[in-house]
Design a protein around this ligand. Sequence first.
Ligand SMILES: Nc1nc2c(ncn2[C@@H]2O[C@H](COP(=O)(O)OP(=O)(O)OP(=O)(O)O)[C@@H](O)[C@H]2O)c(=O)[nH]1
Length: 613
Amino acid sequence: MATLESLIGLVNRIQRACTILGDHGGEGMSLWEALPTVAVVGGQSSGKSSVLESVVGRDFLPRGSGIVTRRPLVLQLHKTEGGAEYAEFLHAPKKKYPDFAAVRQEIADETDRITGKTKQISNVPIHLSIYSPNVVDLTLIDLPGLTKVAVEGQPESIVEDIEMMVRSYVEKPNCIILAISPANQDIATSDAIKLAREVDPSGERTFGVLTKLDLMDKGTNALDVLEGRSYKLQHPWVGIVNRSQADINKNVDMMAARRKEQEYFESSPEYGHLAHKMGAEYLAKLLSKHLETVIRQRIPSIIALINKTIDELNSELDRIGRPVGVDGGAQLYTILEMCRAFDRIFREHLEGGRPGGDRIYRVFDHQLPDALKKLPFDRHLSTSNVKKVISEADGYQPHLIAPEQGYRRLIDGSLGFFKGPAEASVDAVHSILKELVRKSIVETQELKRFPTLQSDIAAAANDALEKFRNESRKTVLRLVEMESSYLTVEFFRKLQTEPEKTPQNQAQAATPNVDRYSDNHLRRIGSNVSAYINMVCETLRNTIPKAVVFCQVREAKRSLLNQFYAQIGRREKEQLGKMLDEDPSLMAKRETIAKRLELYKSARDEIDAVAWK
Ligand SMILES: Nc1nc2c(ncn2[C@@H]2O[C@H](COP(=O)(O)OP(=O)(O)OP(=O)(O)O)[C@@H](O)[C@H]2O)c(=O)[nH]1
């Protein structure tokens, strides 16, 4: 079983970690609140400070008129095996205070640092550790004295504020209440007892302390209280005789005061039989033992709370994303992971796992054929235009057999029309791909936290798409140009051998080239060209999609981010870090969670180390 020292030391360490990480109660069930603590409460001038100093055996608390204690003071006492006494503040961890007058000054200064000189109160605790051979292991929290009236310079609300702060500590079921009441005042009117009664009616976590026994009226005594008849508590009352104001003024040494107190009880006719259970030293031991028992009881529930919280924090971290390592390798890895996640989703869109790829097929199946159908060949191959083109091509010398030049010009002119629909298909597919990039970025959960990387990936992907589009445009235009560069000669050979179908045509064939520019003749040329163009159109309707898929879709699937990968591979650590810029609020949130996680994990380690000793 763990020793007494180790259990209180354990809670001390966890408490300190809590304060470092800003966990000192408040919303929800915090670790701090799960830890057993001893809170010192009492009315003003009840002798609170005197009791604390006597327990420590040192003068170290600020004195003065008005409300001096304005922040909770977490006082952790560590017993040392001899050696010099010294104090340490959590807010100045490197500094040792061997001089307790300086401790007093630092408590006052540190109080003001948070509350300002306005004499407001604050619930942010000051942590003070005292290392001394003259103390027992114990942690006490000194709270502002309960008061009824605000004094000069302090806001009216301070009375209520103090009560609320003290209440927030003592109402926690893990709080052991050290209720200080002066003996020279009716116990029924004690502020400390009134509050304790409210929050701990059964008295199981209240320790009653009666101060100023030496100041009671002659002929009266406090036995009714000390023996539990006036107000019953589960734990025995402890009577205390602190230094009087006169003693303090005379600088009576604390050790001397402890001795004097012991003598007082031993020599007292009324309290002599209780002497071994009275005094500040006894109180310290009593509390220490009790605190240890309570901690031991609480450990299983503390472990349960810690484990539950660690699980919750972990899943919260998973939800918002783990912090990225700071070294360049880790950053590069993270960026590549994000890129891969994005790329996977983008490909799913194309391949049908997600919607969007089908729109590309619609371009080939609808848009392109529709556009081809709408090309103005009728106009281009109208008799009048055929005549115009052929005459121009013939020049001063009309053609002899067939208008070879005219045919070529008519065909060239017609083929030119295919460029429009070909380019339109390229552009349509381009904008679908762009839209899919946008969608995929949005759908990549992992990327959500990295707005900069999001836009970097989007920019890189769009750059690549732009390049693919240019390539694709060149290719489809080439397909069209190829059609112009070499005509399918078989088509025309076949035409020549085909017999004329109508009698009129037969007549014309019989007298060939009677009128080279007759309507019939021109119509025939027009329809021949039209037939040829239709054939080419059929070919292009099939080859344009192939070119577009080859240049744009296939490349997008294969190498959308290749250029980007090459770029980031060359980047320096700082540039990579910039790419992983996150939303500041998210970063702050993660940091808080990570810190809390660290706190809970270290608390678990501490407990593991002690509990199995
Ligand atoms: N004679 C005698 N005087 C005491 C005793 N306890 C406290 N005093 C005196 O009572 C006055 C108030 O004591 P403190 O310890 O400052 O009381 P406090 O509750 O801390 O007071 P505030 O910090 O002002 O709320 C001081 O002058 C002490 O010397 C005691 O047991 N006997």
